[in-house]
Design a protein around this ligand. Structure first.
Ligand SMILES: *Cc1c(COP(=O)(O)O)cnc(C)c1O
Length: 375
């Protein structure tokens, strides 16, 4: 017997099973992304992932193209250009900004930095699904606070806080409801949550909100030692494919994220395109106006047909089919898909979440979904 085959035999002799992942990872349900294709169709109307309907800003595309000859270089690990561009737009401190591979990476890093085994991660009933995946991977307990009328309920959140609560993450506006907490409620939340709890205010849809009583949370992240705001370039800025987002918070919180993140977590193309996008106010304003006008028109057209459209301040809306006893979300989705339109199914076969699209896409949506509700 050769030496190597002898070693093989002895390894086999030990009753050793295959490598096993950590127990807490075995039951993780994988994140399900919105469908993007339908069998037998070259072109679809994808209204399942809340991507910006007008695509990236022309300025972002130009910056992206200009970077092509430099792609052999590592990105700037200090992310300086983008951090300074963001700081300039929002009047905040560039040193307290960190960029990431989508805001979901930053939410994940924050959770990994502050949440350990047996700790509690507090979320509202409707929440960004990656939060509980990150929480479970830390062997933490996920605590869900109930909502009222599709609204995050500050009192319900406060009631769930225990000495083991380490992180509280709330999206404002929230997903998939599209509703928001007014500034007085945010103020109450940050005032009443005890200081040992890190509050993540997920602002993925901030740029769509036009309400006067809305608060993006940056002033609290500026002032308080336990508030961090995360922001995304995936929704309003139309850069979901590049994966880029940022977080702003207390210096020591940002510093620990900087220690844990990989040195090049934000890629060069994303950094360059986002720096161009963030100052393209015209693109943002045009998109915002388009979405607000369509939200009104769609809510009224579908509302007239007896379903509930949850009032949304974002670029998507949640349709509740319950008031129409003769219709279901599942059947509606099937009819839409048969016509090349992809919504995002919600829980309990009662809801569909639909992204606001272009004029043409929204007209098609109203014709198909309206037709189903009229039939
Ligand atoms: C889309 C979304 C995100 C993630 O955005 P990325 O920047 O693409 O990672 C985070 N939170 C909410 C509520 C979202 O809807």
């Amino acid at each position: 017997m050769s030496e190597s085959s002898a070693r093989q035999a002895s390894v086999k002799a030990i009753d050793s099973p295959a490598p096993r992942p950590l127990k807490r990872l075995q039951a993780l349900a994988p994140y399900k992304q919105g469908k993007s294709q339908l069998p037998g169709r070259d072109r679809v109307i994808k209204l399942s992932s809340n991507e910006g309907c007008f695509g990236p800003s022309p300025k972002a595309m130009e910056a992206y193209r200009a970077l092509a000859p430099e792609l052999h270089r590592y990105p700037d690990g200090t992310q300086t250009q983008l951090r300074e561009a963001i700081a300039g737009v929002h009047g905040i401190d560039a040193d307290r900004i960190v960029c990431g591979n989508g805001s979901e990476e930053l939410i994940g890093l924050l959770i990994r930095c502050f949440l350990g085994e047996g700790d509690e991660l507090l979320l509202s009933e409707n929440n960004f699904m990656m939060c509980s995946i990150y929480g479970k991977s830390q062997a933490a307990k996920i605590v869900l606070a109930p909502e009222r009328d599709f609204q995050v309920d500050v009192d319900a959140l406060l009631k769930c806080i225990t000495p083991r609560t380490r992180v509280l993450s709330v999206a404002n506006p929230n997903n998939p409801t599209g509703t928001y907490l007014p500034s007085a409620e945010i103020e109450r939340l940050v005032a009443e949550v005890p200081p040992h709890v890190l509050i993540i205010l997920d602002g993925a849809y901030v740029e769509y909100v036009t309400r006067e009583d809305y608060d993006d949370g940056l002033r609290w992240a500026e002032k308080l030692p336990n508030v961090v705001v995360t922001r995304s370039f995936s929704k309003m800025y139309g850069l979901a494919g590049l994966r880029i987002g940022w977080a702003y918070g207390p210096a020591d919180v940002i510093e620990v994220v900087n220690r844990l993140r990989t040195p090049f977590n934000a890629n060069a193309a994303a950094l360059a395109a986002a720096a161009a996008a963030v100052t393209d106010y015209e693109h943002v304003e045009h998109t915002r106006r388009h979405v607000a006008a369509w939200q009104e028109r769609i809510a009224s057209a579908l509302g007239d047909r007896g379903v509930t459209v949850v009032p949304s301040v974002t670029n998507f809306y949640l349709v509740d089919f319950e008031p129409r006893a003769d219709k279901t979300a599942k059947e509606a989705a099937a009819v839409m898909e048969a016509n090349g339109i992809i919504p995002r199914p919600g829980s309990a076969d009662r809801f569909l979440r639909i992204t606001v699209g272009t004029d043409e896409e929204n007209e098609a949506l109203l014709e198909v979904l309206g037709g189903y509700l009229d039939a």
